[in-house]
Design a protein around this ligand. Structure first.
Ligand SMILES: NC(=O)C1=CN([C@@H]2O[C@H](COP(=O)(O)OP(=O)(O)OC[C@H]3O[C@@H](n4cnc5c(N)ncnc54)[C@H](OP(=O)(O)O)[C@@H]3O)[C@@H](O)[C@H]2O)C=CC1
Ligand SMILES: N[C@@H](CC=O)C(=O)O
Length: 801
């Protein structure tokens, strides 16, 4: 025989009832089954509410009449139940009070009504169904509200009842309720219907207990909180037990015990997808490893501090005795070796009672100041990682720290496999997603906020969106662009902004402040945050600090942060270190070329870099490569460079030499030199008269540069070309180097003279490499290569997140 149990949610509306009937009918025609039913929908709550109203001597009639007229009740003779309830409510109204015994009698009507309806509907379908009031089967003690079954009597009565049924009869048994030896109605407490079903399975030695619920089975985490959660096919009883103890609402420890005792598998099924296999819980061994994450949300952390208790014996015993006298159960405990403090988790609703009990127990210790503090923090939740042992716990733990979620305490089971972490309630969803992503190897979500969507930023967004699937398949990284902003408007979407981002931003973008982005990330519990600065703004860089403080790693193509004052540079590093954030900016020197990484690694590995020299600017490379050898005016070539996207948003940054100066300063600071911007000696290529006019005027009148550069070109000898060069030299072991940019005449045969297109060329001279510098050469500017470089930084950070 199999026991089929249907929960209240499976019976919550008329259509659902019909669904349940069709499942039972189908099964009853094929095999021997018994059915256990809960009260449907919120019946139990409604009955309790009417009882409360009556006890407060308020008018309960309206609510009761509404209850009676529920559509499910139609066509069923419930006169007995309604009359009974009416009498009790009137009595309670008169007395203004009720006992637990009365409450049990009232609540029991929910299951009785449900059982009657299911039986009648089955009979209407020509199924030989008999209504079975479980008060005649499950005999309990008289702990009303949480009665304990008397196994020997209940087993004997249950077996006798089922033996008396004709073959082919389907018993529809009320869950949740029992009766004392004196025939008083009792209820079995939380999860009572599941318990009834498990008891029945045990007494009748059923083949399987099938629990029809409103979910597909047990998941690796609550799918409402973790969208990537996966259904678990099989669980061992022990794992299910841990899950039940730590918050899985469809399981309850006491319902598993009768099944373990008789080795009866439990299958969790979805009433609305009866063809699926659900989750099977049995004694069969399952693959080892982490199975699931569960959450206890309705809890409080009690913090007991007693400085004077150091080394005193029996303190823990006193704490737990005081709690057990109040029947308060403790789930997670953490104690320091000094015994000065003890933190533990209790049910939220019992926290105050727990503190009062402890204050009473330790009253004299308060006077002697041996105990100084007992406090409650009820803004916490417990996340349990079922199947986790300490050998790999560093992975989820590090992921939490990386996401600025600092566990308040954690503990593990010594023999079993379960680690529980107490976190701030507000961080629960984010913590669950972080741990889940880390443990279950499903794609790790990386949430990107992109500031600036011009040539580089816009190209980057397109590159990311075009490669999202590919990266997810190859790297198990799910890149989600949740924010795109320019200097005026912001577009947000926690699920990820798509290919239509430009239209969406112009249609739906809203004026914003940085805090809006930070708040949004918090409100949506977004993990693994990266902010990308693709602006050229010297103002935006001040946003780096709040971003860092709020858990964002940083990437920039913007050179402003690293070329601000050395004090700013140092403060930024300090903040990064303090908040354990990373900052990558590979494209700020040489666009997509690996300049920063190479220089940093050489320096870190102790290689003495003596000089860095080269053509640092893609724009100026293009300009002089073409101008030196082609019969074109300076302004014509300059316009080509602008059109090709090599120049800075303000091309005067290139022509002034500032852009090269910035790159030199960034590299110098990688070598731990403390130069300031003012110390960079820069040759400005813009004639004095045009240096301070409006950008637009300048761009309209580029040809004013032609005469000057034509004259410069005239002075060149055959085989000579112009190159704009940057050089970092001096004693680079000291705190400051010599940083210089200048327009130079070089031989067309030299390495610099042979440069083509917009190629940059960097020569890194070191002690070990002597006169043969490490040379890095390639496209030094352009939106595509730069965006690709920024993308590289995104992947570098994501893999380490
Ligand atoms: N082009 C290249 O080869 C390389 C460029 N870079 C760097 O890349 C960065 C971007 O260059 P590029 O794409 O050409 O520049 P663009 O001018 O094309 O785009 C800049 C973007 O930044 C936005 N922006 C400006 N100020 C702010 C602000 N305060 N807050 C938010 N957004 C802002 C602009 O928005 P709005 O329209 O509202 O002003 C615009 O979307 C620059 O720092 C540049 O130095 C680095 C290496 C190579
Ligand atoms: N304008 C810059 C772009 C890269 O930093 C250049 O031309 O090199």
């Amino acid at each position: 025989m199999k026991i089929l149990k249907f929960g209240g949610k499976s019976l919550s509306f008329t259509g659902a009832f019909d669904h349940v009937i069709s499942i039972i009918k189908n099964r009853a025609q094929k095999e021997s089954i018994a059915v256990v039913v809960s009260a449907f929908g919120d019946t139990t709550d409604v009955l309790e509410k009417i009882l409360e109203q009556a006890a407060k001597q308020e008018n309960f009639t309206l609510l009761f009449e509404t209850f009676k007229k529920q559509p499910q009740h139609k066509g069923i003779d419930l006169t007995h139940e309604f009359d009974f309830l009416q009498k009790i409510f009137e009595g309670v109204h008169l007395l203004g009070d009720y006992s637990l015994k009365i409450k049990d009698s009232v609540l029991a009507q929910g299951e009785l009504i449900s059982g009657k309806i299911v039986t009648k509907k089955l009979q209407e379908q020509a199924i030989n169904a008999v209504f079975t009031d479980s008060r005649s089967l499950i005999i309990t003690d008289n702990t009303f509200g949480n009665a304990q079954p008397i196994a020997s009597v209940s087993r004997q009565k249950t077996i006798a009842h089922f033996s008396s049924l004709d073959k082919g009869t389907t018993a529809v048994v009320t869950g949740f309720i029992g009766a004392t030896l004196h025939n008083e109605t009792t209820t079995l407490g939380r999860n009572g219907s599941n318990y009834s079903a498990a008891l029945l399975a045990n007494y009748l030695e059923a083949e399987e207990l099938q629990n029809y619920t409103h979910v597909d089975g047990i998941f690796t985490a609550n799918p409402d909180w973790v969208s990537d959660a996966q259904k678990i096919e099989r669980l061992h009883f022990n794992e299910a037990n841990e899950l039940a103890n730590f918050g899985a609402s469809i399981l309850h420890a006491k319902t598993i015990v009768p099944l373990i005792e008789k080795n009866i598998p439990l299958r969790i099924l979805n009433t609305f997808k009866p063809e699926e296999n659900g989750t099977l819980i049995s004694s069969e061994p399952t693959l080892s490893g982490i199975k699931s994450l569960s959450v206890l949300a309705d809890v409080a952390l009690i913090n007991f501090e007693g400085r004077g208790l150091l080394g005193k014996a029996g303190v823990d015993a006193r704490i737990f005795t005081a709690l057990s006298e109040k029947n308060i159960s403790v789930s997670v405990i953490s104690q320091g070796s000094s015994e000065r403090g003890l933190g533990f988790i209790v049910e939220k609703g019992r926290a105050t009672e727990a503190v009062l009990a402890l204050e009473k127990e330790f009253e004299t210790d308060f006077y002697t100041r041996d105990v100084n503090h007992i406090s409650i923090d009820d803004e916490v939740a417990v996340i349990s990682i079922i199947g986790q042992d300490l050998s790999t716990f560093h992975k989820p733990y590090n992921a939490l720290i990386q996401n600025k979620i600092i566990p308040i305490l954690f503990n593990n089971t010594v023999t079993g496999r379960n680690v529980s972490i107490v976190v701030k309630k507000e961080a629960t969803k984010k913590a669950l997603n972080v741990i889940h992503g880390q443990i279950f190897g499903v794609s790790k979500k990386i949430n990107l906020a992109i500031f600036g969507h011009g040539s580089v930023g816009g190209t980057l967004i397109d590159q990311i969106l075009q490669n999202t699937e590919n990266i997810e398949t190859k790297k198990q990284l799910k890149l989600v662009v949740f924010a795109i902003a320019n200097s005026r408007n912001l577009l947000l979407n926690e699920k990820g902004i798509g290919q239509e981002w430009e239209n969406e931003l112009s249609d739906n973008g809203k004026p914003y402040e940085l805090q809006d982005v930070i708040r949004f990330a918090k409100e949506h519990h977004l993990e693994n945050l990266i902010a990308i600065d693709n602006t050229s703004s010297a103002v935006f860089i001040h946003n780096y600090f709040p971003l860092i403080e709020n858990g964002f790693d940083l990437i920039s193509s913007n050179k402003a942060a690293n070329t601000n004052t050395f004090d700013f540079y140092r403060q930024l590093r300090k903040s990064l270190k303090k908040n354990q954030r990373r900052y990558l900016y590979e494209t700020t020197v040489g666009a997509g070329l690996p300049l920063i990484d190479t220089t940093r690694l050489l320096h870190l590995s102790g290689e003495n870099i003596t000089r860095i020299k080269g053509v640092f600017s893609g724009t100026l490379s293009y300009l002089f490569n073409h101008f030196s050898t082609e019969d074109k005016s300076f302004s014509t070539v300059l316009k080509e460079a602008i059109e090709k996207g090599f120049t800075e948003p303000d091309p005067r940054e290139d022509l002034s030499g500032n852009d090269v100066g910035r790159k030199l300063l960034i590299l110098a600071r990688e070598l731990e030199l403390e130069n300031e911007w003012e110390e960079v000696q820069i040759e400005n290529l813009i004639p004095q008269a045009f240096q301070s006019i409006e950008t637009s005027d300048f761009l309209r009148n580029l040809d004013v540069l032609d005469a000057h550069y034509a004259a410069v070109k005239e002075t060149l000898q055959p085989h000579e070309v112009l190159r704009y060069i940057g050089e970092l030299s001096g004693d680079l072991q000291k705190s400051k180097g010599i940083l210089e940019t200048k327009l130079a005449v070089v031989s067309a045969d030299s390495a610099l003279g042979q440069l083509k297109g917009s190629d940059s060329l960097f020569e890194i001279y070191t002690e070990s490499y002597g006169d043969h510098p490490i040379t890095i050469q390639g496209a030094g500017a352009g939106a595509k290569v730069t965006a690709r470089g920024v993308f590289g930084d995104v992947l570098r950070l994501s893999e380490k997140q």
